[in-house]
Design a protein around this ligand. Structure first.
Ligand code: MG
Length: 226
């Protein structure tokens, strides 16, 4: 696909964390497998029953902050979620070319912000493994604003608080609902990440996208050299 971006007219790059910068395999493995096994081990409830109970509850909260709230799910499962997440933290890793993309951005005058639906506890834990905070100009968790990225108010608050002009902004995410919300909020350049989970094949769910950041690097590097 044609993914030419006029980087010279971009002031801000907004990037999702899980499935965009980092491999979604970690999160998928944890939420669809590990957590149920851990709860089954401590309560004796059959793993399949826990998973069914979880998926039913999860469905109720789609697109809301609760869906992403580790406090809520810790209570639901009755376990220390962050401790449990740490046990599989060896699966936390960059997606291909994401680190290089951040490094090239760093050498330009573009401001780079991570905009994530992840809870602050999860962000903190991931930064211990991959210090993303050292590669970007800031990290915004939608939990700070009390509304998920799927909601128009998230974008309104983000633009106001960070003084962002959406017509001079680039955004990448792997969630079609979030991409739609960003589109409606007026962000000019929006790109779907089509290979969020490195253990699964790439997929395409949105009108414009890339599998990896390497497609964007040649043009961005020209700006970095100026
Ligand atoms: Mg994501």
């Amino acid at each position: 696909m044609n993914c030419e971006i006029d980087w010279a007219s971009i002031d801000d790059v907004l990037l999702d964390m899980d499935g965009t910068l980092l491999d979604l395999h970690y999160d998928s493995t944890f939420w669809l497998k590990n957590v149920h096994a851990l709860v089954a081990l401590s309560t004796g409830e059959p793993e399949e029953q826990i998973r069914a109970r979880f998926l039913k509850e999860l469905k109720k909260h789609e697109g809301t902050l609760t869906w992403y709230c580790t406090d809520y799910w810790a209570k639901f499962f009755g376990i220390d979620l962050i401790k449990a997440k740490r046990e599989v933290s060896h699966l936390i890793r960059f997606r291909r070319h994401a680190a290089e993309f951040l490094e090239v951005l760093k050498s330009t005058s573009i401001r780079t912000l991570i905009a994530t639906n992840a809870h602050r506890d999860v962000v903190r834990m991931k930064l211990e493994i991959i210090p993303l905070d050292q590669l970007v100009d800031g990290i915004v968790s939608s939990h700070d604003y009390g509304v998920a990225k799927e909601h128009p108010d998230f974008w309104k608050l983000l633009f106001e608080k960070k003084k962002i002009d959406p017509s001079r902004t680039f955004f990448a995410d792997d969630s079609p609902k979030v991409l739609d919300a960003a589109d409606k909020a007026g962000i000019r350049e929006i790109v779907e990440i089509r290979h969020p989970n490195l253990a699964e094949p790439p997929r395409s769910l949105w009108k414009k996208g890339i599998e990896d950041f390497d497609l964007l690097l040649p043009e961005l590097k020209k700006l970095a050299l100026q």
